[in-house]
Design a protein around this ligand. Structure first.
Ligand code: PEP
Length: 243
């Protein structure tokens, strides 16, 4: 069974002073039985190398290099010490118009650079209320995961858009339904789909983590706000270890 994964997405937060949070976290989880990933802003990737954790980017360009002012390539992330990169986060899809096709190309660029892609999918509130959640997930899985995906180079994150940063969390039954559906789709398409890790993301906190990690096919979490402080992220890591 693949090791479970607690992933923190710092988004556009974090200065060098924030690295002390990682020192605190490292002291508490030096012998963690789960994988721990921190995705800080790109400016801190190099400085995170002294920590015990895996480090990831939050986005990458589809190209290796070129005239793309302000962008960063997967190869550059790897060169800075990253081993993962998040692709297709709903904030990238919404703020930067990233389509499934672009997300697939970014994930492919990640593979070429030797990075593990954390490919995000998830429905909006309107889509959930319209009863189209599973159709939306199907389209995103089909369009965003490249053919070259394996359990070693790909992690899927199910993140309902309406649960991100809102404090709203789907019911455990809703999480179970989508995760089981994603697992079935991965197994139907990839020979090692049973081993691809599927994370849940969206307002995970210390207080709800244990329940969420008890849901079948939840192999960890992608955590935004609660990953910024060691005191908030640590109970989530502990809950994953205990699951
Ligand atoms: C995220 O940014 O991927 C996320 C899940 O955020 P939050 O945990 O703050 O909802």
């Amino acid at each position: 069974m693949p090791r479970k994964l607690a992933a923190g997405n710092w988004k556009m937060n974090g200065l060098r002073a924030s690295l002390s949070e990682l020192e605190t976290l490292a002291a508490r989880h030096s012998d963690a039985s789960v994988d721990i990933l921190i995705c800080p802003p790109a400016t801190l990737i190099g400085a995170c190398q002294n920590t015990l954790f895996d480090v990831g980017g939050q986005d990458c360009h589809t190209a290796e290099s070129g005239a793309h002012t302000g962008d960063i390539s997967a190869q550059m992330l790897a060169d800075a010490g990253a081993t993962y990169v998040i692709t297709g986060h709903s904030e990238r899809r919404a703020d930067h118009g990233e389509t499934d096709e672009i997300v697939a190309a970014k994930s492919d660029a990640a593979y070429k650079a030797g990075l593990i892609a954390v490919i995000c999918v998830g429905e909006t509130l309107d889509e959930r209320e319209a009863g189209t959640t599973l159709d939306i997930i199907d389209g995103q899985l089909a369009g965003s995961i490249p053919e070259g995906a394996t359990a070693d180079n790909t992690v899927i994150a199910y993140e309902p858009v309406w649960a991100i940063g809102t404090g709203k969390v789907p019911t455990l039954e809703q999480i179970a339904e989508v995760h089981a559906h994603i697992r079935a789709k991965l197994q139907a398409r990839f020979s090692d789909g049973a081993d691809m890790r599927i994370l849940y993301g969206g307002s995970v906190k210390g207080s709800n983590a244990a329940d969420i990690f008890g849901v079948p096919h939840v192999d960890g979490a992608l955590v935004g706000g609660a990953s910024l402080k060691a005191d908030d992220f640590s109970p989530i890591i502990s809950a994953l270890e205990a699951s």
